[in-house]
Design a binder for this molecule. Structure first.
Ligand SMILES: [Zn+2]
Ligand SMILES: [Zn+2]
Length: 207
């Protein structure tokens, strides 16, 4: 009885990640982001009503949206910490000495983040979906205080360094060090393919 109560209290204390579609976003994309976040973090994932992209964030010279202004908008509108603004439009920010650099996302620690599907490529839907899942957990990871990861070449918290293909090398779950930093917010990893890990465990297997 006590342990059940304790479990319920823990469940109640879980932080919430709010996903808000900014403008028209395909339902499938919203679900991919929500599932990836729910699989990775011990959080409650809720969806907020779709909001129009704010004109205050529009950057006319490149006809795209400034990511930090989208974050300002989410904060000003009172969206809670760990809100994910999801958009299909291109977003940019000032980065690496470039005043307007196109990015896949931007986040503030203990604040909101924005994820753009614009640069996730046209290399087939499964690759798009995989990249979207990884960039979603990357940005939410930043909101929970994670920095870019240098501990693992396959951690989705690696710096993308301007290349979306960096995501293709990463796994869809964080490395041990990032999980340790996340602490309670990290969800235990569930092996998606137990058969392949069994194969790896046997050194005698040649394939
Ligand atoms: Zn990052
Ligand atoms: Zn890591």
């Amino acid at each position: 009885m006590f342990s059940l109560l304790a479990a319920l209290l823990v469940a109640d204390a879980s932080p919430t990640v709010t996903v808000v579609p900014l403008g028209a976003v395909p339902e499938a994309s919203v679900r991919i982001a929500e599932r990836a976040i729910g699989r990775t973090f011990r959080v409650r994932v809720v969806r907020a009503r779709r909001s129009a992209l704010p004109l205050t964030a529009f950057y006319p010279p490149r006809k795209r949206f400034r990511a930090e202004r989208l974050l300002d908008y989410l904060e000003e509108r009172g969206y809670p910490a760990h809100t994910v603004g999801l958009t299909v439009r291109d977003v940019s920010t000032t980065l690496r000495n470039r005043t307007d650099w196109g990015v896949t996302g931007l986040a503030r620690t203990e604040g909101p983040c924005v994820v753009s599907t614009f640069r996730l490529g046209r290399a087939g839907y499964s690759r798009f979906a995989s990249r979207l899942g990884k960039i979603s957990i990357h940005e939410v990871g930043h909101t929970f205080g994670l920095s870019h990861c240098t501990a693992s070449q396959t951690c989705p918290m690696q710096d993308l360094a301007g290349r979306v293909t960096t995501l293709d090398r990463s796994r869809d779950s964080f490395c041990g060090q990032c999980r340790e930093k996340l602490g309670e917010v990290a969800k235990p990893v569930v092996l998606a393919e137990p058969m392949s890990s069994l194969k790896e465990a046997k050194p005698s297997s040649s394939f």
